[in-house]
Design a protein around this ligand. Structure first.
Ligand code: HEC
Length: 183
């Protein structure tokens, strides 16, 4: 027996188009709402929500000034000390490079502090660098003491003598020298 053909006649072409348009419209609205929610959550997830100019001010505020430079230099001074004692000269050179870079970047942010640091940058750092470059373990401790005094000279010039730099007793990072351990 022949089965009845589906009754397409009850759906007029006009109705089909209307339904199609409705479905597509619903999709479009759904997609748009989805995108809007996504965009909103993206803005909420970050912290740089200010307008373009204020964003840069916020970044400046968060990058801070010479205080963070000094926190970094304090750490690196300690690591430099143990690098030299360990005769880990590559590590010592690395720390010297980063002390130099950190201070120069810090002075870019706080140029008023630059005059007090000229002796440190131009005399003290090259002096200890020469000791490290020639791997002079015997001269290293005296070199660190001179560097420490040079740190303090800037602290005195900057009216912050209470930041009393000392030769550290304890290392701060788990970096040693297994190839050439300290005698
Ligand atoms: C510009 C000259 C200058 C030189 C060179 C300098 N300092 Fe400083 N240091 C400062 C100033 C200024 C402060 C106080 C920062 C502030 O008030 O924002 C400071 C603060 C510090 C602090 C305290 C940071 C904190 O916020 O806890 C440490 C640690 C420090 N210095 C270590 C050193 C060491 C180690 C050296 C040498 C390797 C050194 N500094 C060389 C100017 C200098």
């Amino acid at each position: 027996m022949k089965r009845d053909a589906p009754n397409f006649a009850s759906i007029t072409p006009r109705r089909t188009w209307a339904q199609l348009a409705f479905v597509l419209g619903a999709f479009a609205i759904g997609w748009g709402v989805g995108r809007a929610v996504e965009a909103q959550t993206q803005v909420k997830a970050g912290w740089l929500t200010e307008s373009q100019g204020d964003k840069f001010e916020a970044i400046e505020r968060h990058l801070r000034g010479l205080d963070m430079t000094m926190v970094e230099i304090g750490y690196r001074f300690t690591e430099l000390n143990f690098a030299g004692l360990d005769r880990n000269w590559g590590y010592a050179q690395y720390q010297l490079d980063k002390i130099d870079l950190a201070l120069r970047n810090g002075l870019e942010r706080r140029p008023a502090r630059a005059p007090s640091s000229q002796e440190f940058l131009n005399e003290a750092l090259p002096r200890i660098r020469a000791i490290v470059d020639r791997q002079d373990r015997d001269g290293f401790e005296a070199g660190m003491e001179r560097l420490r005094v040079s740190c303090m000279e800037c602290h005195v010039l900057e009216n912050t003598p209470h930041f009393t730099v000392q030769i550290p007793e304890r290392r701060l990072a788990p970096i040693g020298n297994i190839l050439d351990p300290r005698p």
